[in-house]
Design a protein around this ligand. Structure first.
Ligand code: PMP
Length: 345
């Protein structure tokens, strides 16, 4: 068989989009000032559902199938409107499961329409109530699961198949793509799956690899990591990372260093990333990049540092990539009269 025929053999052609989850590319960022370090980014938005959450979505559903709790045609329930919802909707559609997503009503119309287009059933609940209230979205999801025969509650915050997806997928891919030399990994925490899975893998193969947290300003996680009394909980606009509690899936034992990044710095980093490297990534990618750059510039010896870009920038075109929105939010200066005249002429 000649080379071309070998490349086109049917055995190598993926038979489903599910086969294209994982094995994302890694690229070096060469256009930023990285001090004595080299900085690399894993492009997780290249997963078929558009984010890193395709990995745990597939892993958690497969685990429920294996342990017999999920039967053919069964029902999955989760409380999320984020990337986990999109990943679950993709996997559920391809595997023929019914998916019910409980979503707080502050979520954007585009996200809800996208989930419905993928066939998910959306149950809207109030976003202005907290834990303990009967309309709290996590509690609504648990109730729907209990009332639906044969339904399973995915529960990404405590499901062990979530970090496992990164321990057996994301982390070994990074290790091989980096030629088995990694000095530090910079990641964020939403459910904790990414950080925990990568941290457990490196504890085995390269215990000296440092795990570094990138946390949005207002989240309590950075204080927990650095052993401080958590400061006052704030709010932030970056999506997908930062918490007001430590999720059961967040194993922080090997995370010794953390950076608290403002929305302004996260958005500025994501916008620079597009201008300098041509990478259209999401808001949490901006937080991770800003933290990775700070870490790199603080080093006194050369290091090989890896970060991840969890989702793409398309979802944020009308927000952080939109100058009018950035100005309204106070992140960009309103044009002065002179600038306006320049624009009109
Ligand atoms: N970035 C984005 C955009 C996300 O949606 C998530 C998942 N919430 C994360 C980062 C964090 O991933 P993890 O849940 O594995 O902590």
């Amino acid at each position: 068989m000649n080379m071309i025929a070998a490349l086109h053999s049917d055995e190598q052609t993926p038979r489903s989009l599910l086969d294209l989850i994982g094995n994302t590319p890694l690229v070096e960022l060469t256009q930023f000032d990285t001090g004595p370090c080299r900085l690399f980014a894993k492009l997780e938005f290249q997963n078929p559902g558009g984010s890193i959450k395709d990995r745990p979505a597939l892993s958690m559903i497969t685990a429920f199938e294996r342990d017999g709790r999920l039967q053919p045609g069964g029902t999955l329930v989760e409380a999320t409107a984020g990337n986990t919802g999109l990943g679950l909707a993709l996997v559920a559609a391809l595997k023929g499961y019914r998916l019910i997503l409980v979503i707080p009503d502050k979520m954007s119309r585009e996200k809800v329409l996208h989930l419905k287009a993928l066939g998910a059933e959306v149950v809207m609940t109030r976003s202005d109530v907290g834990k303990g209230h009967p309309a709290y979205y996590q509690d609504v999801a648990a109730r729907i699961t209990a009332q639906t025969p044969g339904a399973v509650f995915i529960n990404q915050f405590a499901n062990p198949a979530n970090p496992l997806a990164h321990e057996v997928g994301t982390a070994p891919e990074i290790w091989e793509q980096m030629g088995r030399r990694v000095d530090a990994v910079v990641a964020g925490i939403g459910s904790g799956g990414t950080m925990t899975g990568i941290s457990r893998f490196f504890a085995r193969v390269s215990p000296s690899t440092e795990m570094v947290l990138a946390d949005p300003q207002g989240s309590i996680l950075v204080d927990v990591v650095e052993g401080r009394q958590p400061g006052e909980l704030g709010s932030w606009l970056v999506e997908g990372i930062g918490e007001d509690f430590v999720p059961p899936n967040a194993d922080l034992a090997r995370v010794a260093r953390g950076y608290s990044i403002s929305d302004a710095d996260s958005f500025a980093a994501a916008r620079e990333l597009l201008r300098l490297e041509g990478i259209l990534a999401g808001s949490s990618s901006g937080t991770l990049l800003a933290a990775a750059l700070r870490y790199c510039r603080e080093q006194t010896t050369p290091k090989r540092v890896v970060t991840l870009f969890p989702d793409g920038g398309n979802k944020y075109l009308s927000k952080m990539f939109n100058d009018a929105w950035m100005t309204d939010q106070g992140f960009l200066q309103r044009p002065q009269q002179g600038d306006l005249r320049d624009l009109i002429q």
